[in-house]
Each structure stands twice: as structure tokens, then as C-alpha cells.
Write a protein that binds this ligand. Sequence first.
Ligand code: MLT
Length: 263
Amino acid sequence: MSVQINNFSMAYTSAGQGAPVLFIHGYPLNRQMWQPQVDGLAAKARILAPDLRGHGDSQAVPGPYTMDLFASDLKVFLDTLDITQRVVVCGLSMGGYVAFAFYRKYAARIVGLILTATRAAPDSQEGKIGRDQAAGTAQENGVDAIVEAMLPKLVSPKTLERKPEVVAKVRAIMQHTSLEGVLGDLAGLRDRPDSTPTLGQIKIPTLILHGADDAIVPLKEAQAMQAGIAHARLEVIPDAGHLLNLEDPKTFNQAVGKFIQEL
Ligand code: MLT
């Protein structure tokens, strides 16, 4: 399914009925990363999983893709689908940065927040340089070069060794990202604002989910978010890395299902 959002067509999955839960994917991924959540949670809620601009089956338009731009796309998406009920927003990594932007702009639209494999802090100076280097690599050698460099860091050593089907799926998902999408993301990621001041403003129930072996966002970032958000709960999933929802969908879905039911 797709809807027209401002200047591009946005592809999305909608499954199940009931309280809406908006799943926001990470970089350089797309909504296919939420398939285990569509399968495991659609009996409990209405799962909404869009492809952000430039990702998956959504149209690619020139960047930069700021976190604010993604957030306003998602607001138009909810409006277009006539979703007036407050939604649970679940963002993974870059999706978490977008969730913070969404909260700053449209707090009244959110009933609960799930922050997974993400951080409030902005890029360090070194991190910003890394984004520009990655953009150079993508321009010179294509999206595949980004995919192969990132893949071993995206899942835990245990997943890498024991779940080749998950690794193959992650590779295929990333390969479906356009060059424009990768470049648009990298510029937006590099320049994203510090969300640390937002933490103290969050007054809604918040669940933080993190993989114990996340090599991209260290666990201490999740602990810092928990310390900054009133009444946030942190659950750490053992043996999982940055893509914990794909690596251990059972544990991830149990945590999300419980959180939704308690709201
Ligand atoms: C992601 O998974 O969305 C990215 O790794 C986020 C980042 O690079 O900061």
C-alpha cells in the first residue's frame, strides 16, 4: 500500500486492528525489518510500518533528510490514514532519533514511546567525519559498499554465527535502499540535534529496549536515556545486537506486547 505525502509516494504496511503502533525503521533499512513484529503483534494492535522517504518501496527524493522532515512526513502519513487516536511510537536507532523529533513537534499525538537501540546524544565530531566518509564511499562504490561495511556490526556475534538467515535478510533489506536515500540519511544523521534536553520533557510511558551486544549504540546510551526520562523502563535483551527485534523477535515482541497492554 502507498499514500502520497507532500512530494513523494510513501509505501507502508498496515496490519491488525486496535490501538495504533507506529514502527520507524533505522538506517539504511526499511519497513521489512519489522516483519516479525507484524507477524507477532498484529493480533494485539494495529501495526503501522512505513518506509521513510528514499527507503524500501517509498520514492527517493533528494536530501538532506532531517529528523524533523521524517517526523513531519509521519504526521502527514497518520493524518492521511485518518488516525486521530494517539499512537505508540516505536523507533529503532535512526527511527529513535525520528521519534524524539516527532515527540518535540507532535507530543499530543503520542500515548507511549518505545526507544530501541538508540541514543539521545548527537554525533561526535569524529562521528560527523565518519558520516561524510561514508557518503564518499557510497558515491564512489555504491550502496553495496555501505551494506557490506555495516552488516557485521548490525547483529551480535552470536547472531552472526548462528542465524545466517537473519544476516541474509538484513543484507537484502539494506540493498533495497537507494543511493539518494543513503546520502539523504547520512546528512540528516550528521546534523541531527541533541535530544538530551528532550529527555526531561517526556511525560508519557516509555520503554527502552536494547541489545546487550549492540556494537553501534553502546548500552550506556540506553542507560543514560533511562536516567533522563521519568519512569522509563529499560529492558536489555541478552545475546542480541543492534537489530534486536530481528535477532530475538520473541523476547522483543513480549516486551512490546506487555507495554501496549499496560497503556
Ligand atoms: C541506524 O541503525 O539507524 C544507524 O546505525 C544509526 C546511526 O548510525 O546513528
